[in-house]
Design a protein around this ligand. Structure first.
Ligand SMILES: Cc1cc2nc3c(=O)[nH]c(=O)nc-3n(C[C@H](O)[C@H](O)[C@H](O)COP(=O)(O)O)c2cc1C
Length: 367
């Protein structure tokens, strides 16, 4: 098997068999208001939403995961088909392997299986420095994807055996790619989070959405560390859970959106929540924090293996409907603006994160 494919296969195996989740998104500390008299007919609430010109039945996304191995191909086919039928967005894993081995193109050409929903490709920021942008743009077109996710995975690369530790030039490469691509380009992390100062910078450069992919779920420092001999794991083990918890990030972005102004307008409706979303309430809470969509990776391969991916989606949908009804919000837009109950220490940390925007000079105006 090719080296990249072997690594990808090992990733899937480790994710399915080892304790790779860092476990604390802090979403569980946020509470939604309950209405004793919601004055809503639950049958009438609709979680449908528009995303990249498509109408989704649910505001959900299958995060980038696979392709490039026989199992990854199978998972892509299975999940793309389910996503299409259930009316949720779908993203393939990194197409890097396809740039090297064109015979894997079918692994990533999932659009025909899910014509009803956005199907997105994926590539690492590091690869934007490695390959001509035209090669990547042509690859996206060849697989008929509706756009591409660029992933930022510095922590994973750092702790990966012979990973690429040179992180110079990522933003510049992204900016050049954004200028060239004629399709939507979305930026994501892989489980350490994108802080508002950086998210805003990427949105200003023209990113269509920021998938914050915060910590609390699949921990790629842990995954890469588990691939090393035990004697070499000390630093990786110490950095487990590195990054910003998903709940904290969502609160920070919500504050910025609510503050209005230039930064608020940029961020509003442009954030995708992910990283450790597991329970139906997690999906509902993420949307209540203002997210356009809520996404997950690991739960989809876990449930797909057991033939339960559709049930997982149905449960998430029921959670979202319950939140729409029981808070009295009724619509996703009202849910996204609902007053949240947040412990003061968490609120303070979210404020600190928003202050970073001024310190890093991303936005000249105070938010
Ligand atoms: C098996 C597996 C493979 C992944 N491969 C990719 C990838 O190719 N590109 C990418 O951007 N993220 C990749 N991810 C990261 C996810 O897209 C996601 O950001 C991360 O796992 C956090 O979400 P979760 O806690 O719901 O798993 C992968 C995740 C898993 C579980």
């Amino acid at each position: 098997m090719m080296e990249i494919s072997e690594r990808k296969q090992r990733h899937i195996e480790i994710c399915l068999s080892e304790p790779v989740e860092s476990g604390d998104t802090e979403l569980g500390r946020i509470r939604l208001p309950h209405r004793a008299m919601p004055e809503i007919d639950s049958a009438a609430v609709s979680p449908a939403t528009d995303f990249l010109g498509f109408r989704l039945k649910l505001p959900l996304l299958v995060s980038s995961m696979s392709g490039g191995t026989p199992e990854g191909y199978k998972l892509n086919r299975e999940l793309a088909e389910i996503a299409g039928e259930e009316g949720i967005a779908f993203s393939t894993g990194s197409i890097r392997v396809m740039l090297e081995h064109s015979e894997t193109l079918p692994h990533f050409r999932m659009k025909p299986l899910a014509p009803q929903v956005p199907v997105l490709a994926n590539i690492g920021a590091a690869q934007l420095l490695e390959y001509p942008h035209k090669t990547i743009i042509d690859a996206v077109k060849r697989i008929e994807a509706d756009g591409i996710f660029i992933h930022l995975n510095a922590a994973q690369e750092f702790f990966q055996h012979s990973g690429d530790r040179n992180f110079l030039g990522w933003f510049d490469a992204i900016r050049r790619f954004l200028d060239k691509a004629e399709f939507p380009v979305l930026i994501k992390e892989t489980g350490c989070g994108i802080a508002p100062a950086e998210g805003l910078k990427l949105l200003e450069a023209g990113a269509a959405y920021i998938d914050i992919a915060g910590s609390g779920g699949t921990d790629w420092v842990a995954v890469e560390t588990l691939r090393k001999p035990e004697a070499d794991r000390a630093a990786g083990n110490a950095f487990r859970g590195w990054g910003y918890p998903t709940g904290l990030l969502l609160l920070a972005y919500r504050r910025i959106a609510e503050s209005g102004g230039k930064a608020g307008k940029r961020v509003s409706g442009r954030i995708i929540a992910s990283g450790g979303l597991r329970s139906p309430l997690d999906f509902a809470l993420s949307l209540a924090c203002g997210a356009a969509l809520a996404a997950a990776a690991l739960p989809f391969i876990r449930t797909a293996r057991r033939g339960e991916a559709r049930r997982f989606i149905a449960a998430a949908g029921e959670g979202i409907r319950a939140a729409l009804a029981l808070t009295g919000a009724g619509t996703l837009d009202k849910l996204r603006a609902i007053p949240l109950m947040v412990p003061s220490d968490l609120e303070m940390r979210a404020i600190k994160l928003t202050e970073e925007i001024d310190r890093l000079g991303t936005s000249k105006k105070p938010i």
